[in-house]
Design a protein around this ligand. Structure first.
Ligand SMILES: C[S@@+](CC[C@H](N)C(=O)[O-])C[C@H]1O[C@@H](n2cnc3c(N)ncnc32)[C@H](O)[C@@H]1O
Ligand code: SF4
Length: 445
C-alpha cells in the first residue's frame, strides 16, 4: 500500500450511517411528516427504538457525540420528563402494538441517569411498547461513573448488552483527551454488568487520537482481549473542531498523520484477528459465533447492527428516526427539544422523504458498507431500470481501477481486500448528493 494511495483515499467522506446523509436533511420535514410516517407503518412491520441521553459527567475532548457535560440533577430530571412525554406521544401514533426488535439507549452517557430514573424510563418503555423474549436491549456505558444501583436498575429493566467506552488505556493519550480511565475501573464495570446478568459486552476503541502510536494501540488491544468482549468497535478519530468546538482543546501537532492512522488501524485489526475475532464491515469485530459475525448485518446510526427492523424510531434530543418513508431528526439543543415536546409532544425539526433513487442508492451503499459488494440482479429485481446509473458507475470504477481496489463479480461489484479500508471513499462514488451543500466530513481512513 503506497502512502500516496492511502492519502488519496483518505479524503474526507461521510461515514454512511445513513443515505442520504444528515447534512442533506431539510427543515421542510417536521412533526406532521413524522406523524404521517409513523401512522403509515403497517402492523406487520418490525420496530426498534433508539433513546438519546445527551449528558456526560465530564466532556472528553475528542467527543463527536451530541452531549453536554452536566451533573445537575434538575437538568437531567427535566429532560427525562420531556423524554417520557415524547415516548408516550410516539407510542400513541404508531398503529398496533408489537414487540420491539432492538432497544438502544445511547448518548452521551445513559448512566448519567440515576437508578431511579433508569427504572422510570424503562417502565414507560415497557408500558408503551411490547418487548419480546429475544429483544436486544443495549445501553452505552461510561465505566467511570457506573455504580451498583445503576447496574441493578439496568439489569432489572431487561438490558442484555452493555456497550462500554474505552478508546485507549495509555495515560498520555488519556490525559490529552480528558478521559482518565484505568483498566481496573473498566474491568469492574464489565464484570459488574456481567454478574448482574447483562451478558453481551461491546467495547469501543478509537485510533488516530493525540499521542497514540501503533504501540499504545497494541497495548490497549491486549488489555481489551483480556476483558473478552463479544464485540469491539474500532473507530478512526473524527477531528472536526469546526463542528465540535471542544475538540480544539486537542493539540493538532500531537495527532497521528494519515499513514500512521492507517498503520494503527491495520495493527489493531491484525491483533484482533489473531485473538480469534472476525471483522464485521469497516470498523467492527466480533467473536465468530456472535450474531454480528454470523448473520446478515445492516447499518444504522449506531453503526453495524443485527437489527432487521423496518423502522427505527429515535427519541430524545438530536435523535433520528429511520422509517420506510424517510429520515426525521429531532431538535439538537436540549432547550429547543424540550420546548417542542412541551408544545406538541414531538420535536422533529428536519429530515428527508426518500425518493426511489434515494432508496436504490441507499441499498447499494449499505451493502458495500456491510458486505463490501452488491448484486446487480437483486438490485434490478427491486428497482428495475432505476438501477442503471449505479450499475454503469460500478463498471466505470472497475475499468478505471489501477490499484486493484474493486472488481467485477459474476453478478455485480466487489471491493477487494486491499480496497476494504477505503470502502467509505468507494461508497461515496455512488452518492448522488456528494459535493452538493457545504458539509464537512471526517478523514476517510
Ligand atoms: C456515546 S459514546 C459511548 C458511551 C460513553 N459515552 C463513553 O464514552 O464511554 C460512543 C462512542 O463514540 C466514539 N466516539 C466519540 N467521539 C468520536 C470521534 N470524534 N471520533 C471517533 N469516534 C468517536 C467513542 O468510541 C465512544 O465510545
Ligand atoms: S465519549 Fe462518551 S463520555 Fe466522552 S464526552 Fe462523548 S459521550 Fe461523553
Amino acid at each position: 500500500m503506497t502512502p500516496e494511495l492511502v492519502r488519496r483515499m483518505s479524503a474526507p467522506v461521510p461515514r454512511y450511517t445513513s443515505y442520504p446523509t444528515a447534512p442533506h436533511f431539510s427543515p421542510k420535514v417536521g412533526p406532521v411528516e413524522f406523524s404521517e410516517g409513523l401512522r403509515n407503518l403497517s402492523p406487520s412491520q418490525a420496530l426498534s427504538l433508539y433513546v438519546h441521553i445527551p449528558f456526560c459527567a465530564q466532556l472528553c475532548w475528542y467527543c463527536g457525540c451530541n452531549t453536554k457535560a452536566t451533573r445537575n440533577s434538575d437538568t437531567i430530571e427535566t429532560y427525562l420528563q420531556h423524554l417520557l412525554t415524547e415516548i408516550l406521544m410516539v407510542a400513541a401514533v404508531v398503529p398496533g402494538a408489537r414487540p420491539l426488535g432492538h432497544i438502544h439507549w445511547g448518548g452521551g452517557s445513559p448512566n448519567s441517569l440515576s437508578a431511579d430514573q433508569i427504572r422510570r424510563l424503562a417502565e414507560t418503555l415497557h408500558t408503551s411498547f411490547a418487548m419480546g423474549a429475544d429483544t436486544e436491549f443495549a445501553v452505552e456505558i461510561d465505566p467511570r461513573w457506573l455504580d451498583q444501583d445503576q447496574i441493578k436498575a439496568f439489569a432489572a429493566a431487561g438490558v442484555n448488552r452493555a456497550s462500554v467506552g474505552v478508546q485507549d488505556f495509555n495515560p498520555q493519550v488519556q490525559s490529552a483527551i480528558n478521559r482518565v480511565q484505568s483498566v481496573e475501573m473498566t474491568e469492574r464495570a464489565v464484570n459488574g454488568m456481567r454478574e448482574a446478568g447483562v451478558k453481551g459486552v461491546n467495547i469501543d476503541l478509537v485510533y488516530g487520537l493525540p499521542h497514540q502510536t501503533e504501540e499504545s494501540v497494541a497495548n490497549t488491544i491486549e488489555e481489551v482481549i483480556r476483558l473478552a468482549p463479544d464485540r469491539i468497535a474500532l473507530f478512526g478519530y473524527a477531528h472536526l473542531p469546526s463542528r465540535a468546538k471542544h475538540q480544539s482543546m486537542i493539540d493538532e501537532t500531537t495527532l497521528p498523520g494519515t499513514m500512521e492512522r492507517y498503520r494503527q488501524s491495520r495493527r489493531a485489526e491484525h491483533l484482533l484477528i489473531e485473538a480469534g475475532y472476525v471483522t464485521v464491515g469497516l470498523d467492527h469485530f466480533a467473536r465468530p459465533d456472535d450474531a454480528l459475525a454470523s448473520g446478515e448485518i445492516k447499518r444504522n446510526f449506531q453503526g453495524y447492527t443485527t437489527d432487521k427492523a423496518d423502522a427505527l424510531i429515535g427519541v430524545g434530543a438530536s435523535s433520528i428516526s429511520q422509517l420506510p418513508t424517510g429520515y426525521y431528526q429531532n431538535a439538537v439543543p436540549r432547550a429547543d427539544y424540550e420546548r417542542r415536546v412541551s408544545d406538541t409532544g414531538l420535536a422533529t425539526v428536519r429530515g428527508i422523504l426518500l425518493s426511489d433513487d434515494d432508496k436504490m442508492r441507499a441499498s447499494v451503499i449499505e451493502r458495500l458498507m456491510c458486505e463490501f459488494e452488491f448484486s446487480k440482479s437483486s438490485l434490478r429485481s427491486v428497482f428495475g431500470d432505476l438501477a442503471k446509473p449505479v450499475i454503469d458507475k460500478a463498471e466505470e470504477l472497475v475499468a478505471a481501477d489501477e490499484e486493484g481496489l474493486v472488481e467485477r463479480t459474476a453478478d455485480g461489484f466487489r471491493v477487494t481486500e486491499l480496497g476494504q479500508p477505503f470502502v467509505r471513499a468507494i461508497a461515496s462514488c455512488f452518492d448522488a448528493y456528494l459535493g452538493k451543500g457545504n458539509s464537512t466530513f471526517s478523514a476517510g481512513v
